[in-house]
Ligand binder design. Structure first.
Ligand code: NIG
Ligand code: FE
Length: 425
């Protein structure tokens, strides 16, 4: 008989262990998103930071051997999920923009604020003025917040530097945060986030040239980002400019993302399909054709309903239509100082049920395995399966439906990251 593995950590007695298993090779679509693999009285065994057994408490205890130092976490009948994955954030920034709330209440639009030199451009001024150490300290504070709310992996974009030097500085900050904080980070280069003031008056093409000819080669050379993203929007980067940047990035080996059809329907969804982007994000104003082309090309729709909520938008992304058409849907916070100062995926889940009309099970697939696919990490995280990283969250909830129902309260009790208890316990 094969020897039973000795384990470092045992999580026992989850009232509902939500595994979201079986979709590590390709993201969940349509009805698959409702199947989240719930095990009652579930348990997980961990060795060396990796999951070695999953099943009912009885099954797992029969399969593994514990020793004196094995940590035992009793979930006490509560809900356990895979560590949440946030596939779209702008987490490295300086300053804040609470004054924009009042401008918006007086009727000023997001793009009007940007046009007047505020919005993203005001954060660019703050981020350029900040030193690397300062940005690391601020970033660490935000990562502590997201970890305490159950997020164990996040994508983070640059995009508030907008000079070669400041974009590299931001990406180095992301690398430093990844190395020194339990939350795993996936870096994205978003040099094409806005046209900076020094180019805005008459030379936007000059800035696109800078992104393509200088920034992309430098970021690739230093290995500082896995993805390249573009804010394709009216008055920001046109479809043509976005295409040029994304194709240049693809040639350099970057995977692609697009801020697509966020405010104006420009054809960002179609462009994502055309260039083979891993995901198109936002999509509040996506066309039917965009949805169809994305479905055909396997592009993941990353939806950001907290942004629509904070922008006080009337039109949320057509999630139900996307699900019907077989588009894999993921959810993200979009955490940034302007359009979404929200960094809790629990809040995003609550809004997604109410405004996107997604069910609690669909929402859970969207913040775990599909989110992991959206950042190329589905082989490692996003589900509770043997061989995956032991990223687990215990929520003080009797059922998984309770999570989006009770949004607004942090229900996280314990967070385990790669087999280590990093919150609670
Ligand atoms: O995803 N749309 C562009 N970028 C962010 C907002 C960034 C900001 O306002 O600072 C977004 O909404
Ligand atoms: Fe964004």
């Amino acid at each position: 008989m094969a020897e039973k593995p000795l384990v470092d950590l045992l999580l026992l007695h989850a009232g509902q262990l939500v595994t979201v298993a079986g979709a590590s090779a390709s993201p969940k679509r349509g009805a698959e998103m409702t199947q989240i693999g719930v095990i009652e009285d579930g348990a997980v065994a961990v060795r060396g930071g990796v999951i070695v057994a999953v099943g009912t408490t009885r099954e797992v205890l029969a399969k593994v051997e514990s020793y004196l130092d094995t940590r035992v976490v009793d979930a006490g009948g509560k809900v356990v999920l895979p560590g949440l994955v946030d596939p779209h954030t702008h987490l490295v920034f300086a300053g804040s923009r609470e004054h924009e709330l009042e401008l918006k209440l007086r009727g000023m639009g997001y793009l009007d604020i940007l046009k007047a030199g505020g919005g993203i451009l005001s954060t660019v001024r703050a981020a350029r003025a900040a030193g690397k150490e300062e940005l690391v300290l601020i970033g660490r504070k935000y990562l502590d917040q997201v970890l305490s709310q159950g997020t164990t992996t996040a994508e983070v974009k640059s995009g508030y530097g907008l000079t070669l030097e400041d974009e590299i500085k931001t990406l180095e900050v992301i690398r430093e945060l990844d190395r020194s904080h339990p939350v795993d980070l996936v870096p994205t280069f978003l040099g094409a986030h806005a046209i900076p003031e020094e180019y805005n008056r008459g030379n936007p093409e000059g800035y696109v040239n800078l992104v393509v000819e200088e920034m992309l080669p430098a970021v690739a050379r230093e290995g500082l980002a896995e993805f390249c993203d573009v804010f394709c929007e009216e008055g920001v980067f046109s479809v043509e400019q976005s295409r040029r940047i994304l194709l240049a990035a693809k040639e350099k080996g970057f995977k692609l993302k697009i801020h697509a059809d966020e405010i104006v329907s420009l054809g960002g969804g179609e462009l994502a399909a055309e260039v083979g982007a891993v995901s198109a994000d936002h999509l509040m104003a996506v066309s039917d054709q965009g949805i169809e082309q994305m479905a055909r090309n396997g592009t993941i729709a990353v939806l950001l309903p907290a942004t629509t909520f904070c922008l006080m938008g009337k039109q949320y992304a057509p999630a139900r239509k996307m699900l019907e058409k077989g588009l894999p849907v993921a959810l993200a916070s979009d955490f940034n100082p302007g359009s979404s100062p929200v960094n809790s995926l629990q809040v995003v889940m609550g809004i997604a049920c109410r405004q996107l009309k997604m069910t609690p099970a669909e929402v859970i697939s969207a913040v775990t395995i599909n989110a992991a696919h959206a950042i190329g990490k589905a082989a490692e995280v996003g589900s509770i399966e043997v061989g995956k990283k032991a990223d687990l969250v215990v929520f003080d909830a009797p059922t998984y439906q309770y999570l989006p129902y009770r949004f607004g309260t942090n229900l996280v009790e314990t967070v385990i990251k790669a087999g280590q208890i990093v919150v609670g316990g």
